[in-house]
Design a protein around this ligand. Structure first.
Ligand code: SF4
Ligand code: SF4
Ligand code: FES
Length: 250
């Protein structure tokens, strides 16, 4: 690989309704460049390989340590975090594209609102509403349950699993693997369990767990190795039991 320059081919889009186009940039090679630091270099001097000064490239990033998920984009065709992807590990030109399952805002920036709405729909949090005081500190969590739920607490809503899921796309109602992982996390939490029925009902209708085609792409794509398919299998069992309870006990 030529270590003197780094070449990028970037899919650009001037706004949500504009047509996409490709633009190439070249920056001087420097040690330990990651994709975000390279984009910053391009932004400092936004001149394409034709020598034209162009609008600086837009992308999202925040934590710079693979925790917030904001910088997720397609890098050489794979969804991953731009802040933790070192350019020396990639063949050139390095091709950058926005995620395809969420609407593009500009260039590499997408609107992941659909995923956040799905988290709201399944109530992906544990209420702390004063019950701790009423129940002498609330239910304790065992080390085993803590370990089980911690795996899912590492989710950074990056959207990699949603990007590769064939069932999740702009035209589908499916809430996708990341929100299902969070349902699994909350129904295994001793306090979250108190509202398990509500959370299970939230994934039993249209767009819920039965829309999962079990392609298992999601688990391969998750940068945090979250066992999403285990969660989906567990929720499949739990929703079946809930369905039987709804029929025979109500
Ligand atoms: S198992 Fe397949 S269909 Fe189900 S959520 Fe994962 S990628 Fe999507
Ligand atoms: S489950 Fe994994 S791939 Fe999916 S949003 Fe969370 S961290 Fe990203
Ligand atoms: S900037 Fe937060 S994950 Fe990359």
């Amino acid at each position: 690989m030529d270590k003197k320059t780094i070449r990028f081919k970037i899919k650009r889009q001037d706004g949500p309704d504009a047509s996409p186009y490709w633009e190439e940039f070249e920056i001087p090679w420097a040690p330990k460049h990651n994709v975000v630091s390279s984009l910053m270099e391009i932004r400092r001097n936004p001149v394409n390989i034709q020598g034209e000064r162009v609008r600086p490239v837009v992308w999202d990033s925040n934590c710079m340590e693979e925790v917030c998920g904001a910088c997720t984009m397609l890098i050489n065709g794979f969804p991953r975090q731009a802040c933790s992807t070192l350019v020396d590990s990639l063949p050139q030109p390095i091709v950058l594209e926005p995620l395809t399952k969420f609407p593009v805002v500009r260039d590499l920036q997408v609107d992941r609102e659909k995923m956040f709405q799905a988290l709201l729909q399944v109530k992906a949090w544990v209420d702390i509403d004063g019950s701790w005081d009423i129940h002498e500190g609330g239910p304790r969590i065992s080390q085993k349950d803590w370990q089980k739920t911690y795996e899912f607490a590492r989710c950074m809503t990056c959207g990699c699993c949603m990007e590769v899921c064939p069932q999740f796309h702009p035209g589908s109602a499916f809430i996708g693997p990341a929100p299902l992982g969070q349902v699994h996390k909350t129904v295994h939490n001793p306090t979250g369990k108190l509202q398990a029925e509500e959370r299970l009902h939230a994934i039993m209708g249209d767009g819920g767990i039965t829309d999962c085609g079990n392609a298992q792409n999601c688990i391969q794509a998750c940068p945090k190795d979250i066992p999403l398919t285990d969660a989906i299998a567990d929720l499949g069992r739990k929703t079946t039991i809930q369905w039987l309870k709804d029929i025979f006990l109500t």
